[in-house]
Design a protein around this ligand. Structure first.
Ligand SMILES: CC(C)(COP(=O)(O)OP(=O)(O)OC[C@H]1O[C@@H](n2cnc3c(N)ncnc32)[C@H](O)[C@@H]1OP(=O)(O)O)[C@@H](O)C(=O)NCCC(=O)NCCS
Length: 201
């Protein structure tokens, strides 16, 4: 990769760049980095794209922040337990979603929300276990049941996002969720990164 002369860039990027080539700025920057050199082709795997994107932004003066995980698994995922009793119903807040609930003694102890498959890919939007019921296998069983619901709706793959940018001990501490997804066989496909360029004073 040739040395990058700082390209002309706007002072702020609004929104989030969560896909390859999803940002017009990104698309503009890559040719800029090759301009004037012999290189006219960039070959990169998806993970290399992440590094290139970060390098380009950071050399342009942006500060990068690593945010959410984007994960994927082919369905069916084998070896997961399932809840014996789970209620599946339309999600009150989202018409293209289903809500799963597990109750013990009429108390809600575990829940999940899945998004209906689009072109064979369903989304696990949320999974949660009531704090006093955690660590006893309910989360893993709810994950197994939620993925089964998605497969039953026609999904051949499931994706999910983990908003794990909060520190340990925070309300959004996602260490348990990450361990659960990793051990269940989900693969990290990409990271959502945020890049900020401070305006000169
Ligand atoms: C993530 C969550 C659903 C797991 O539920 P749970 O019932 O405690 O999970 P389980 O008892 O089934 O454990 C499943 C796996 O999670 C991981 N895990 C659970 N508790 C953990 C902890 N305190 N620290 C690290 N990993 C943990 C382990 O990998 C565990 O597998 P193992 O028992 O074979 O080691 C639960 O912690 C939760 O509701 N967290 C808050 C909401 C949340 O983060 N949702 C995900 C949003 S992306």
């Amino acid at each position: 990769m040739p040395r990058i002369n700082r390209p002309p860039v706007p002072h702020t990027i609004d929104g989030e760049d969560r896909s390859l080539g999803g940002s017009a700025l990104y698309v503009d920057l890559i040719p800029s980095t090759c301009w004037g050199s012999a290189a006219r082709t960039v070959h990169a795997t998806q993970y290399e794209w992440q590094r290139i994107r970060r390098m380009v932004y950071e050399r342009a003066g942006f500060t990068g922040q690593r945010l959410w995980r984007y994960m994927r698994a082919d369905l069916p995922v084998r070896g997961l337990p399932h809840l014996a009793h789970v209620r599946v119903q339309p999600d009150p807040g989202e018409k293209d979603a289903r809500r799963l609930e597990a109750r013990q003694d009429d108390r809600l102890v575990a829940e999940a929300v899945v998004g209906l498959p689009v072109q064979g890919t369903g989304v696990l939007w949320w999974i949660g276990v009531e704090p006093s019921a955690r660590g006893r296998g309910l989360g893993r069983a709810m994950l197994g049941s939620a993925l089964d619901v998605l497969a039953g709706l026609g999904a051949a793959a499931a994706i999910l996002y983990v908003d794990d940018d909060a520190p340990p001990g925070d309300e959004r501490d996602r260490r348990a969720a990450n361990a659960l997804y990793d051990s269940a066989g989900f693969i990290e496909v990409d990271r959502l990164n945020s890049y900020t360029l401070s305006r000169p004073a």
